[in-house]
Design a protein around this ligand. Structure first.
Ligand SMILES: [Zn+2]
Length: 266
């Protein structure tokens, strides 16, 4: 499985807008997707899985259909909770903020289809098996467990503060290669992290204590203003398996990948 965290448009080191692309084919969130990928690379992403509808996770979504209008040959599938689908219909694709592309057609037919997922029930997308687990955020938000047909398994917390069910679900997996974890704020901004339901490096340590297995831990969603400090504070944890994720770089795991180094107390 190949996973790439996309950078934001202007600053390639910043993850102001959130998107992960898996195997060039599936996107987790669409904050940066259509700002970063164009043409055939964007058309290749036929499934977009939304963790929640905060703007930094959906910002580029409306532009997919305006920019690629004539080129979309198969409807793009947008997977989200039924409630989030209703929110997108009501607040974005409402013929006021943006055209209702669910009703428009090009020469090939429909442009997009909403596909609701159910919490904790695995669903198949492009040869991957995804499971949505609720995490702790200011709005309804899904963390995801993504497994491929070789058994490789990578998890994404999405935006979360201190949470329990997600880590318990990871502990129950037969295999876990890596987890992309929200570490939005540095320790000095922990009060803001708590109010906005995100993590800091200090809070991350508490979360990793719930993970009873070894896996590569990649910190993501760093707020641009805190990025350097979060990097320093994560380095200072001195846990070899825990790093800040590089942006616009492919991380690859296979059935024969060696296990992550011990987390050192996880
Ligand atoms: Zn959010």
């Amino acid at each position: 499985m190949r996973v790439r965290a996309l950078p934001s448009l202007t600053d390639r080191r910043s993850q102001l807008l959130i998107t992960f692309v898996i195997n060039d084919r599936v996107a987790i969130d669409a904050g940066a997707l259509a700002f970063h990928l164009q043409g055939e690379a964007l058309l290749a992403v036929q499934d977009i899985v939304l963790t929640h509808v905060h703007l930094d996770h959906i910002a580029s979504l409306p532009f997919i259909f305006s920019e690629l209008f004539a080129d979309i040959r198969m409807p793009v599938r947008i997977h989200a909770t039924a409630d989030d689908i209703e929110r997108l219909r009501r607040h974005i694709f409402n013929d006021v903020i943006w055209p209702d592309f669910t009703r428009l057609r090009n020469a090939h037919g429909e442009l997009l289809t909403f596909v609701p997922f159910t919490w904790r029930e695995p669903f198949e997308v492009a040869g991957l098996r995804l499971t949505a687990i609720p995490v702790t955020h200011t709005v309804e938000t899904a963390g995801f467990i993504v497994a491929d047909q070789q058994g490789v398994c990578v998890a994404f917390t999405s935006d979360t503060g201190v949470t329990d069910e997600f880590w318990a679900a990871l502990n129950a997996l037969p295999r876990l290669d890596a987890v992309f974890v929200d570490v939005a704020f540095d320790n000095a901004h922990e009060a803001i992290a708590n109010v906005s339901c995100h993590l800091s490096p200090r809070l991350l340590v508490g979360e990793l204590a719930k993970l009873r297995r070894t896996a590569q831990v990649l910190a993501v969603n760093l707020k641009p203003l805190c990025r350097e400090r979060v990097q320093e504070e994560i380095q200072a944890l001195n846990l070899p398996a825990v790093q800040v994720a590089a942006l616009d770089v492919d991380y690859t795991w296979s059935a024969t990948s060696p296990p992550a180094e011990a987390l050192g107390g996880g």
